[in-house]
Write a protein that binds this ligand. Structure first.
Ligand SMILES: Cc1ncc(COP(=O)(O)O)c(C=O)c1O
Length: 510
């Protein structure tokens, strides 16, 4: 006889659920006791795990013990207040709780009919966020467009491209695919790599990508875009999409939407705005001028899972004309047919994304926005921007560092100064490694105009002024220590070089 499956009963779930929530709360309380960057070597985590899956079920207490023993040492702690790397990946209590509810409900929101609340709450929350971010009326569900939660901005970039291809081909891609030798896509060298990946996935191939020149602030040059479009059209290409970035990954450069928009319109090209990190800053009215011209956008993506207190995945994606999106992605197999879909009176979000199935992600955003309120979200963003401006001011006043590139938000790029003769890139990367090895802070780097710089992305919800002060102290202390070391090595090299040159020249004439 087959044994019944040993499901966790609701009462057991209640008990263990409390234990797990306690474990998470304890983790957050003691997060500063961990080194920010994981210190394990490759293979160490797997070596601590049994080779085969357990034959017999185990108690939750054993799983929790292994979280401490195996998992925590193998984590880089993105919620640590000393985490200044990449861009942040915020989470928060309300976000986790909303996600827990979503997991507990376990509904699929692929069609309106499969759980009407999953669709309508998402539509509603997306309209709220369009309002909160000051986005154009066309993006609201009440107009021709609308918003949808995607898994990532990389995914949103792909979805935008598919919609643009659909529009440019007047629906032709759905029947006979793309025309890889004709379609062109415009980015800058600073555009996120996911856009080129989208071009490849869409079947255009990287040759379709045109890299538009940038100005001294690394922003796309409108006249260069216009010239490239002009040339491509004259040669018989079909420009499909321009990807403008608000807040580039490397330095938070901002492409000038107000100037790029009219050019896109003139050539009938889809303007996609990738504001993955920076877009959510528009909850703060005084930061909205960065996105002036956003009303020209055909589509727009920003990640609540980076800087807006919502756990991955929560990409907010809007289109001005939903027909292009659903035209590209809509498909209706018989088994999904139902009366309301047939009547066309509802939104079926499966037609707005790559996958069919979808989680009830709106819940975590709803929890976040209701818990914090708009004023709480504004305070969160304003706090980090103010800290970044302070850090930049300290660095500008210090002879050991240069602040490179504008820093309108919460990313500051610092180029350490080194003595003549020192290989600046090697010294900068050594400084970075020393800081990250130290465990109190974690930074990453980029290159600007070919030389290495340190990126300080302030965005962890737990980061306070004291943490930024500590980072600043560590930057200076470690710079001092290394500068002496590197300068001595450079002086030794120079002395050795001079001695070798003297030997080559032979003895001085007597
Ligand atoms: C400008 C930009 N676009 C897209 C992405 C990719 O974001 P996601 O991780 O949501 O795919 C990033 C990530 O940092 C980004 O900075």
């Amino acid at each position: 006889m087959t044994e019944p499956a040993p499901h966790m009963t609701p009462e057991q779930f209640r008990q263990h659920g409390h234990e797990v929530v306690d474990w998470i709360a304890d983790y957050w309380s003691r997060i500063e006791s961990f080194p920010v960057r994981s210190q394990v070597s490759p293979g160490e985590v797997r070596a601590a795990l049994p080779p085969a899956a357990p034959e017999r079920g185990e108690p939750v207490s054993a799983i929790l013990a292994d979280l401490d023993r195996v998992v925590l040492p193998g984590l880089t702690h993105w919620q640590h207040p000393g985490f200044f790397g990449y861009f942040p990946a915020n989470t928060s209590g309300p976000s986790v709780l909303g996600d827990l509810v979503s997991a507990g409900l376990g509904v699929q929101g692929m069609s309106w009919v499969t759980s009407p609340a999953a669709t309508e709450l998402e539509q509603h929350v997306m309209d709220w966020f369009a309002d909160l971010l000051g986005l154009p009326a066309a993006f609201r569900s009440t107009g021709a467009g609308g918003g949808v939660i995607q898994d990532s901005s990389s995914g949103a970039n792909l979805v935008a491209l598919l919609a643009a291809l659909h529009r440019a081909s007047r629906g032709g891609t759905v029947r006979h695919g793309v025309e890889p030798d004709r379609a062109t896509v415009y980015v800058s060298a600073e555009t996120h790599s996911s856009m080129e990946k989208a071009v490849r996935i869409a079947g255009l191939g990287s040759d379709a990508v045109r890299i538009v020149e940038v100005d001294e602030n690394l922003a796309m040059r409108p006249e260069a875009l216009a010239a490239r479009l002009e040339r491509d059209v004259a040669r018989g290409y079909t420009p499909v999409l321009v990807c403008a970035t608000v807040g580039t990954t490397s330095t938070t450069a901002v492409d000038p939407l107000a100037q790029l928009g009219p050019i896109c319109q003139r050539y009938g090209v889809w303007l996609h705005v990738d504001a993955a990190y920076a877009g959510v800053s528009a909850v703060v009215p005084e930061l909205r001028p960065l996105q002036d011209g956003v009303e020209w956008a055909d589509s727009y993506t920003t990640d609540a899972h980076k800087w807006l207190l919502t756990g991955f995945d929560a990409t907010l994606f809007w289109v001005a004309d939903r027909a292009a999106l659903t035209g590209a992605l809509g498909i209706l197999p018989e088994y999904l047919r139902n009366a309301v879909t047939d009547a066309g009176t509802v939104v079926d979000y499966r037609d707005w994304q790559i996958e069919l199935g979808r989680r009830f992600r709106a819940l975590k955003l709803w929890f976040v926005v209701r818990w914090y309120g708009a004023e709480g979200l504004r305070a969160h963003i304003r706090g980090h921007v103010a800290l970044a401006q302070e850090l930049a001011a300290w660095a500008e006043a210090d002879e050991r560092f240069d602040v490179v590139m504008p820093h309108p938000l919460s990313l500051v790029c610092l180029r350490p100064r080194w003595a003549d003769g020192v290989d600046a890139d090697v010294a900068t990367m050594t400084l970075l490694e020393r800081l990250d090895d130290g465990g109190q802070v974690f930074l990453t780097h980029t290159t600007v105009n070919g030389s290495a710089v340190l990126r300080v992305a302030i965005g962890s919800p737990a980061t306070t002024r004291a943490h930024v002060e500590r980072l600043w102290a560590l930057l200076r202390e470690n710079h001092d220590w290394l500068a002496t070391d590197f300068a001595a090595a450079a002086a030794e090299r120079e002395a050795a070089r001079a001695a070798a040159a003297a030997v080559l020249q032979g003895p001085a004439p007597s």
